[in-house]
Design a protein around this ligand. Structure first.
Ligand SMILES: N[C@@H](CCC[C@H](N)C(=O)O)C(=O)O
Length: 283
């Protein structure tokens, strides 16, 4: 079977985007994994699949598969690539779109300058909703946030837990370049306290409106940028009393911008969405 795809990225977080409206797409976890493999396939952090909606009142359904083939709830940078894709392919005339994802409806909007702003919905801050198992743990209060002690290797790190539809554990570090992302990222990702695994964020505060961020993503390893990771980091930083909205997020692959007015309010994510090439692959 031949599959048409577009290779895209958002601040270096790269995607294979597949139109499942105009072609039949029904792949196994193994096939997704092979497509995303950087040596045996096309290579991508995530695969995004554009489908007709199954819910009323929305324009599209969009599904997300990590590099390891697992389907996940949400992808911030992917939602921007998604909008660029459906507009460029003529699948919609609208620039403001309602999209059904595994974790609810999001509203991305293509701006006149080609960037995309996404209403990612409100963060979920109750540990059980992340999900994070806090049983028997004494959290440490900082500002309006609770930091949870997590034994990782020989040390204990203190993380904020945030769901942006997908789970995030965010820690503040002095210097992201020196942070042991490759060493502790995999341990946090699979820490027993996170029953669905977790994306591990390392946040350095530059000033109250600017952070640097690295994210070791669940199912993909460290990526050049993570949109939901940026949302979660800014939410955690604001709750801890370290940041004020809006916040510029510098990742290795580019810049994102996040705005959040506080609990119960949606998080807005802005940044680039770029098409790199198109192709057809035998699967
Ligand atoms: N790169 C993404 C997040 C993709 C999903 C994540 N790895 C997970 O498993 O939750 C983003 O831009 O948000």
């Amino acid at each position: 079977m031949k599959l048409k795809f577009t290779k895209m990225h958002g601040a270096g977080n790269d995607f294979i985007v597949v139109d499942a409206i105009n072609q039949q797409v029904d792949l196994s976890v193994d096939q997704w994994r092979r497509l995303a493999d950087r040596r045996f396939g096309i290579g991508a952090d995530q695969i995004l699949v554009v489908e007709r909606p199954t819910d009323a009142g929305v324009d599209f359904r969009y599904r997300i598969f990590n590099n390891d083939g697992g389907e996940v709830e949400q992808c911030g940078n992917g939602s921007r690539a998604f909008v660029r894709f459906v507009v460029d392919k003529g699948l919609t005339q609208a620039h403001s779109i309602r999209v059904q994802t595994m974790s609810g409806i999001i509203n991305p909007r293509l701006e006149d300058d080609g960037s995309v702003t996404v209403d990612m919905g409100a963060p979920r801050l109750v540990p059980a909703d992340v999900p994070f198992d806090e049983t028997g743990l004494a959290g440490m209060v900082q500002g309006n946030d609770t930091l949870w002690p997590l034994p990782v290797g020989d040390e204990t790190v203190f993380v904020s837990v945030v769901s942006m539809g997908n789970p995030h554990a965010v820690q503040v570090v002095d210097d992201v370049d020196a942070a042991p992302v490759e060493e502790t990222g995999p341990l946090i990702e699979r820490h027993v306290r996170f029953p669905k695994r977790v994306n591990a964020g390392y946040l350095q505060v530059m000033d109250r409106h600017h952070i640097r961020l690295r994210v070791f993503e669940r199912g993909a390893g460290e990526t050049l940028a993570c949109g939901t990771g940026a949302c979660a980091a800014v939410v955690a930083g604001i709750r801890r009393g370290l940041l004020d909205s809006p916040v510029r997020v510098s990742a290795h692959g580019g810049e994102l911008s996040i705005a959040w007015a506080g609990p119960g309010q949606p998080v807005y994510l802005s940044g680039p969405a770029v098409s790199v090439f198109e192709g057809e692959v035998e699967i």
